[in-house]
Design a protein. Structure first.
Length: 410
């Protein structure tokens, strides 16, 4: 009897709702709820877990590659830092990479070729005995960079790119560009002598949502810049969004992009998982899962427009674990191994060597390296900290967690 009553009441409720037009409203609300749930379940997928599925499965592990021998890779985005930190960072980079772009955001920034020559010497002095490694130096673009400085950079033979930081965009970027008109002569000279412009692609406008700053930069700055300088080589550094991928793909062969390991491994949930996680905080900040999927799609596509740039950026543990903690992830200790896990997780190891060792060199007009490097499937645990100079330590990405791949020594 109770069931019958519920049916009757339900019938009249429906009838009333239909008469008052509520059913349509309820249906559209219900559709919206389903959309939100679908959206959130994608975003809520635990980050990093899928990366271990292959190595955790004995059956699959038996079917997959256990050694990868590739042309020794290059890192096209690295923050070596300076002073006694170099002794900690340089050996880690040189054991995995034959060449690396040395970013110029020191204090004070490397704005002249003279400064770049001196910084290069300091990096080389920190190399272990017998190591073969070439730092590719860069200049820090300011409103005052002249065309003559660009010609001097090209003539030096040691400067390979110029970096554009919008003023205030990230660590030590206070001297960055404030006026796009002011850099026109420098950009023209760079296009003329074939020096690439490396771009930190985020607007710094406090009114723009932090997750939308890359997309806004493309529309406001990058597209006009590329249109005005059709012969200028441009690298969109550390892209993080589907808009970034689409922009690079839509441009001609003079526009390419680097992608970091953290933006391939994590979505923005990682920043908040189990409490605030300062060691995955970097700029541009990690994005929504759909953007991470777009980055994975980019590397899986095998397009030569995308290549390795770790953006490894060590900060002392105390500077990260503090009020106003610094932006930057430290990945130099496994700058290659992390990418290998990502490529394997999406079944794209056949695209790995081009991404790590060929695409970037070709874009910069450099020959492939002649040396080889072998990665082997050999698990190891990431230490909780690495030394950073004599008195400080840095907390690495994946601290305390297991890595699937190792660089084979000798
Ligand atoms: Zn960087």
């Amino acid at each position: 009897m109770r069931g019958f009553n519920r049916m009757v009441i339900g019938y009249y409720k429906m009838k009333w709702a239909a008469q008052s037009g509520c059913v349509r409203k309820w249906r559209s609300l219900n559709e919206r709820r389903k959309q939100i749930e679908a959206h959130e379940s994608i975003n809520a997928r635990p980050t990093g877990v899928f990366l271990h599925q292959f190595s955790a499965s004995g059956v699959l592990a038996a079917m997959v590659t256990n050694e990868l021998t590739i042309i020794k890779p290059d890192d096209f985005h690295h923050h070596f830092r300076d002073g006694d930190a170099l002794k900690s960072v340089v050996p880690l980079v040189a054991s995995r990479f034959r060449r690396a772009i040395a970013m110029p955001n020191l204090k004070p920034p490397v704005t002249t070729t003279t400064q770049a020559v001196a910084y290069r010497e300091r990096i080389l002095a920190a190399l272990p005995a017998g190591a073969i490694f070439t730092p590719l130096m860069t200049l820090y673009l300011t409103d005052r960079t002249t065309a003559d400085e660009i010609y001097a950079a090209r003539a030096s033979g040691i400067v390979f790119a110029v970096k554009l930081y919008p003023a205030g965009a990230t660590t030590n970027s206070d001297s960055g560009v404030t006026d796009m008109q002011a850099i026109r002569p420098a950009l023209k000279a760079m296009a003329e002598v074939g020096i690439p412009l490396l771009v930190h692609s985020e607007v710094t406008d406090a009114d723009v949502d932090v997750f939308h700053r890359e997309a806004a930069f493309i529309v406001r700055i990058l597209q006009p810049l590329v249109d005005e300088n059709p012969d200028l080589k441009v690298v969109m550094e550390h892209i993080t969004t589907s808009e970034g991928v689409d922009f690079v793909m839509a441009c001609g062969s003079n526009v390419a992009a680097t992608i970091t390991p953290q933006h391939l491994m994590y979505n923005r949930n990682a920043i908040f998982q189990g409490g605030l996680q300062p060691h995955v905080y970097c700029l541009p900040v990690l994005k929504h899962e759909r953007h991470r999927q777009a980055l994975l799609g980019a590397i899986a596509s095998g397009s030569s427009k995308f290549f390795l740039g770790t953006d490894s950026a060590p900060h002392p543990q105390t500077a990260k674990e503090s009020t106003s903690g610094c932006a930057g992830c430290f990945s130099a200790f496994a700058g290659l191994e992390l990418y290998a896990e990502v490529f394997e997780s999406i079944g794209a190891l056949d695209k790995f060597e081009a991404f790590t060792s060929k695409n970037g060199a070709a874009f910069y007009g450099l020959a492939d390296n002649t040396e080889k490097l072998t990665l082997q499937r050999k698990a190891w645990r990431v230490p909780m900290t690495y030394p950073l100079g004599q008195d400080t330590v840095v907390v690495p990405l994946r601290a305390g967690q297991e890595m699937a791949w190792s660089v084979k020594q000798g």
